[in-house]
Write a protein that binds this ligand. Structure first.
Ligand code: AMP
Length: 467
């Protein structure tokens, strides 16, 4: 049996150094990153002598109260929100990971997925390392602990030279906060400033929330070391071709963030305009699937000169539902989240815009809901290309055989989702909308062009690594 790894690590990370209210600030920052992970939330702080840690399953709001935050003493802190995964979902995999070793106590928050974690872990285990979690993030900690270098910064550099894949990292010690972005730059990481204290966050929307100023992105390959005296940049690993995750712009990041130097909102709108040019629709209204389709739908409506209507309303208060009736209420899962507005849809020709189709079940349920609500024609437009590749770099995508576009062509998918027509944005159109050099993006989920080769994309799936 192969070793267990909770491999699908969609996450948000946040850290601050030298601030009197460090853990409070991190707590608020994590609120701004909640969309990046809802399974668990954690904060580790330091007062320069000791580290304090609190990790909880569930939302940020559910895991912490004033008392807990008071216990997270000190002027340095990092936090983490983790996305729900199928296999590796448990408390022990919640982050930040904290270890004590001969170097002292270290905490780590990781966003991304390492592609060589299985090999590294096997090697480390053979040499006697004992793992506490099933995350690839712990591999990094063992590599740091094992390195011969006298200084932590050099030990981290030694570890970085051995890992491959997607990683934006925050490392906290009793006197340092370090931010690292992998040389491909798969996942975002930005530097901000609050009351002269440096802040690191996955997205700028978290900086906005705490009133911090956005300074710059951490560069691909950069290791930014922050202490009381200031900041220093190192580039410990050779530079690589850039591979910014295009799916951050399509779906994952919040539209009010600047990601990879681009306004996510503006890019999504442009994707919608491009989609309208590639697949126009002769309809009465454009309706987004909220929230993921709103930006693209606005662009589609604008480009096509078609009225934009919120014909589908999202319930924002559902939290997590555990009860799903098997037979009694059809399409319960979608209905609890989204409900069509019959009054505006009745008798109308509608184009529904969403960001992606993965298994096809959401689109199919939505098309049916629109028809039940009286829509005369239901056309579907998707602001990204067909999803054909499993992500090996940190976005939760199912096995290749579960991706509908791997089994069916566009016409067959249209038939499956029961739409009157279906159009996807092309890879070229997507890259054109992205606002910067197209060769700087990873499009593996849409093109199967994997910037870092893995033996098999099946290796990206957690199920294979379950004990
Ligand atoms: P499906 O029903 O499997 O086709 O899922 C499509 C829906 O899932 C779309 O509305 C997307 O916005 C959303 N989606 C796409 N990728 C992800 C992801 N990695 N995590 C969560 N939701 C996603």
């Amino acid at each position: 049996m192969r070793t267990t790894f909770g491999f699908r690590e969609e996450c948000g990370i946040f850290g601050i150094h030298h601030h009197p209210e460090a853990s409070n600030i991190v707590y608020l920052g994590l609120y701004g990153l909640q969309h990046r992970g809802q399974e668990s939330a954690g904060i580790v702080s330091t007062d320069g002598r000791s580290m304090y840690s609190e990790r909880r399953m569930g939302y940020v709001a559910d895991g912490f109260d004033r008392e807990k935050l008071n216990e997270l003493a000190g002027s340095g802190a990092i936090g983490h929100v983790r996305y729900s995964t199928k296999g590796g979902s448990s408390m022990k995999n919640a982050q930040p990971v904290v270890i004590s070793c001969w170097r002292g106590t270290l905490a780590l928050s990781h966003n991304g997925t390492l592609v060589n974690a299985v090999d590294l872990r096997r090697d480390l285990e053979r040499k006697g390392s004992i793992f506490q979690t099933t995350t690839d993030s712990e591999v990094i900690m063992h590599l740091i602990a094992k390195a011969d270098d006298a200084q932590l910064v050099d030990a981290l550099a030694t570890a970085l030279k051995q890992i491959k894949g997607a990683y934006s990292l925050l490392v906290l010690t009793n006197d340092l906060l370090i931010g690292v972005r992998d040389p491909h730059g798969f996942r975002p990481l930005v530097l901000g400033e609050l009351d002269r204290s440096p802040v690191l966050a996955s997205e700028t929307c978290a900086l906005d929330l705490i009133g911090a100023k956005f300074i710059r992105e951490v560069n691909p390959g950069e290791m930014l070391v922050i202490n009381r005296e200031g900041q220093k940049s190192f580039y410990p690993v050779p530079s690589e071709r850039k591979a910014f995750c295009i799916f951050e712009l399509v779906y994952f990041a919040r539209p009010d963030s600047i990601v990879f130097g681009q306004s996510v909102y503006a890019v999504r709108k442009e994707m919608g305009r491009q989609l309208a040019a590639e697949h126009p629709a002769d309809v009465d209204m454009v309706v987004p699937v909220p929230d993921s389709g709103i930006g693209a739908a606005l662009g589609f409506a604008e480009a096509g000169g078609i009225p934009f209507e919120m014909g589908l309303i999202r319930n924002h208060y559902i939290g997590r539902t555990f009860i799903e009736p098997r037979q009694s209420i059809r399409d319960f899962g979608v209905k609890i989240k989204l409900n069509p507005v019959r009054a505006i849809l009745e008798g109308k020709r509608v184009v529904v815009v969403d960001d992606s189709i993965v298994r096809g079940t959401t689109s199919r349920k939505l098309v049916r809901m629109f028809r039940v609500a009286g829509a005369r024609e239901v056309h579907v437009r998707i602001s990204s290309p067909p999803t054909i590749g499993t992500c090996c770099y940190g976005i939760d995508t199912p096995n290749p055989e579960e991706l509908i576009a791997n089994r069916k062509n566009v016409e067959q998918i249209r038939e499956f989702i029961e739409a009157d027509s279906l159009g996807y944005l092309s890879v070229e159109g997507l890259l054109k909308s992205s606002g910067s050099n197209p060769s700087n993006y990873c499009t593996a989920c849409f093109s199967m062009q994997y910037p870092i080769q893995v033996e098999s994309t099946l290796d990206c799936q957690p199920s294979l690594f379950e004990k």
